[in-house]
Design a protein. Structure first.
Lengths: 82, 465
C-alpha cells in the first residue's frame, strides 16, 4: 500500500474519531495533538479503529510513533504491506 | 453456556457507557440490569394526575446535567463524552439554566453558565474575597482532578488557604457537597475540583425530555452496536477462583467471562463475590428524600427565574446524615421548567431534596411511613410557598425516601453517592473485577458516563488486546 493511501486511512479515522476537527491544512510534520483537540482517549480510538478496520495492531509502547501524520505513515505503512 | 468478553452489572449511566465502548470495538458484552427499566440512580417514571387523568413524566435523580459545554468546546468533559460515544451534540437537545442561587440566612449568590455572574456576585457580597476567588479559580482550572493516583486531600483545608470569610467558603462548598459527596461535611479535593468545574465553570443544562432523553440515546447507541441488555437479571454471585470466572444468575444460569465491570457499588459488588475477602468497603451514609409536586399552572414561576436554589436556613452548612428523618434546615429546590422554557402553558414541576436518615426511615411501620412522607411533602410545599411567594395549588405529589432508593437501585441503605471508599483506577483486589460508576469516583451524570468510558478503555480495550 502506498504511503498516500496510508495517510488517507489515518485521516479518515481521525475524521470519524474527532468529527468536529478541521483536517484541511494539517501540517504532516507537526504534532497532531498540537494542531487538533485530541487527547489520549482519542488516540486509543485511532488505534482501535486501525485494528477494527484494517487488522493493524499498535502495541501501547508504540503509541508515541503516532505523534505526527508523517510518523504515522512511516510507522504504519510496513504493517499494511505485511 | 454463554461466554462473554465482558459482563457489565447495572444499566445506569456508567454501565451503558462502558457497554457502548466495548461493543463499539466488537467485544461480546452483556449488561445485566436487575430492574425492569434502565438508568439506575438517574431514571424516570410516569404517573397520572388523579383529577385530569393526564399522564406526566418525572425524572428521578437528575436535577441538572452538570458540565454544560457549547458545541465544539475544546477539552471539556461533555465534549469528550460525545466523541467517545460518537453521539452528536444536538442529540442531547440541551436547554440551559437561567441561573441558580445559593441562598443562606444572611447572603445569597447567583451563578449561571457564565462564570462572570458568580464573580460579580462575590465582588458585591464579599468584596475582600474576589481576588482570592480568582486565584482559587485559576488553581482549580490547572488542577488535574482526574489523576487516577490522587490521594485524599480535604477540600475545606484547601479552601481555608485561599479564603478568609467562613460564610463564603460554606456557600461555595454547599452545592458541591449535596451534588455528589459521599463524605459528610467535607470532600476529597480532587472530587471538589471536578464538582467546582462542572457546576461553576461549566454549569447546568437539561436535555429536552429530561433524563429519559439521555438514557434512550445511550440504549439506542448500545443496541445499534450489537450490545446485549437483559432486564430482571438478578446476579446471585460473582464467581471467583484465582480470577473472575463468571456470574451466576438467580434463575440458575451461568454466564462465563474473565472480566466484570460492576456499577452496583463497591460494598454491593463485594457482597456478591462468592469468596471471603478482607476488604470491607464502607457503606456511604448519605441518603435523601425527594418531594416532587406539580402546580396547577406556571403562574407562580412568572417572577421567579431561578432554576435551582441551594437553600440553607442558617449560615453554617451541615452536610451529614441527620439525627431525624430529614434535615429540613436545608434543601435543594429545583424548577425543571426554568431551563430555557418553551411555553408558559401546562403545569409547573417542583422538586425538593432533603438530606435523610436511612435507618430511621427503615424502621417505620407502613402507616407511620406514609404519614411521615406526608410531613416531608408539607415541608417541601412550605419551602415552595416561601421561595415563590404565593399560594401553592398542588395537583399531584410524590415523595421518595431512602428506602425507595434502596428498593429500586439496590444500593445499600439507599446511598446516592455511593461508598466513602472510592477506587479511582477501578481495580479491585480480584483480577478481572472492576468498579465503574460512582464508586470509581467521578461524579454526576457526565462523571458517571466518563467513568464507564474510561474504565472500559483501560480495563476492557487497552489491557487484553
Amino acid at each position: 500500500m502506498s504511503t498516500e493511501n496510508v495517510k488517507q486511512i489515518v485521516l479518515d479515522i481521525i475524521a470519524d474519531v474527532a468529527p468536529d476537527e478541521e483536517l484541511d491544512g494539517l501540517n504532516a510534520a507537526e504534532s497532531l495533538r498540537d494542531q487538533l483537540d485530541l487527547d489520549s482517549m482519542d488516540f486509543l480510538d485511532i488505534v482501535m479503529e486501525l485494528r477494527k478496520r484494517h487488522k493493524v495492531e499498535v502495541p501501547a509502547e508504540d503509541y508515541p510513533k503516532l505523534a505526527t501524520l508523517d510518523s504515522c505513515v512511516e510507522y504504519l505503512t510496513p504493517k499494511f504491506v505485511s | 453456556m454463554a461466554q462473554y468478553d465482558a459482563i457489565i452489572i447495572g444499566a445506569g449511566m456508567s454501565g451503558l457507557a462502558a457497554g457502548i465502548r466495548l461493543a463499539m470495538f466488537d467485544k461480546k458484552v452483556v449488561i445485566l440490569e436487575k430492574h425492569v427499566i434502565p438508568g439506575g440512580l438517574n431514571s424516570y417514571y410516569s404517573r397520572r394526575i388523579p383529577e385530569t387523568k393526564e399522564l406526566i413524566n418525572f425524572d428521578v435523580g437528575l436535577h441538572a446535567l452538570t458540565n454544560f459545554a457549547r458545541p465544539r468546546a475544546k477539552g471539556k468533559p461533555f465534549t469528550k463524552l460525545l466523541k467517545q460515544l460518537r453521539i452528536p451534540y444536538d442529540a442531547f437537545k440541551l436547554k440551559e439554566q437561567s441561573h441558580s442561587v445559593i441562598q443562606f440566612k444572611s447572603a445569597a449568590l447567583k451563578f449561571s453558565n457564565e462564570l462572570e455572574l458568580l464573580r460579580s456576585e462575590i465582588a458585591k457580597v464579599f468584596p475582600t474575597e474576589i481576588d482570592n476567588f480568582d486565584r482559587f479559580t485559576r488553581y482549580i482550572e490547572e488542577y488535574n482532578e482526574v489523576d487516577l493516583q490522587a490521594q485524599y486531600v480535604s477540600a475545606r483545608g484547601v479552601m481555608r488557604q485561599y479564603f478568609k470569610e467562613e460564610l463564603l467558603q460554606e456557600m461555595i462548598i454547599a452545592p458541591l457537597l449535596i451534588y455528589g459527596s459521599a463524605w459528610e461535611n467535607d470532600m476529597d479535593f480532587s472530587q471538589f475540583a471536578i464538582m467546582f468545574k462542572s457546576l461553576y465553570l461549566e454549569g447546568f443544562s437539561r436535555p429536552e425530555g429530561g433524563v429519559r432523553t439521555i438514557i434512550d440515546l445511550l440504549i439506542n447507541r448500545y443496541k445499534e452496536l450489537g450490545g446485549e441488555l437483559r432486564y430482571r437479571a438478578n446476579v446471585e454471585s460473582i464467581v471467583v477462583k484465582d480470577r473472575v470466572q463468571g456470574v451466576s444468575l438467580k434463575n440458575g444460569e451461568f454466564l462465563e467471562t474473565k472480566k466484570i465491570l460492576s456499577s452496583a457499588g463497591l460494598p454491593e459488588t463485594f457482597s456478591m463475590v462468592n469468596k471471603e475477602t478482607e476488604f470491607k468497603p464502607q457503606v456511604g451514609k448519605l441518603s435523601f428524600t425527594e418531594s416532587i409536586y406539580l402546580l396547577k399552572d406556571k403562574t407562580p414561576l412568572k417572577d421567579f427565574a431561578a432554576t435551582i436554589v441551594f437553600y440553607n436556613s442558617t449560615d453554617k452548612y451541615h452536610y451529614r446524615k441527620p439525627n431525624e428523618l430529614i434535615d429540613s434546615s436545608s434543601a435543594v429546590f429545583c424548577l425543571p421548567d426554568n431551563y430555557e422554557r418553551e411555553n408558559t402553558e401546562g403545569h409547573a414541576t417542583v422538586r425538593v431534596t432533603n438530606m435523610a436518615n436511612y435507618d430511621l426511615w427503615k424502621e417505620l411501620d407502613r402507616k407511620t411511613y406514609l404519614s411521615k412522607k406526608e410531613l416531608v411533602f408539607e415541608q417541601a410545599k412550605e419551602l415552595g410557598a416561601k421561595l415563590l411567594g404565593g399560594p401553592m395549588d398542588v395537583v399531584f405529589k410524590d415523595v421518595f425516601t431512602p428506602t425507595t432508593v434502596e428498593r429500586y437501585t439496590k444500593h445499600f441503605q439507599g446511598t446516592v453517592y455511593g461508598s466513602s471508599t472510592k477506587l479511582r483506577d477501578g481495580k479491585t483486589e480480584i483480577p478481572g473485577l472492576y468498579i465503574i460508576g460512582t464508586d470509581q469516583g467521578f461524579l454526576g451524570i457526565v462523571g458517571s458516563i466518563l467513568s464507564g468510558i474510561s474504565m472500559a478503555n483501560l480495563h476492557g480495550l487497552m489491557e487484553n488486546n
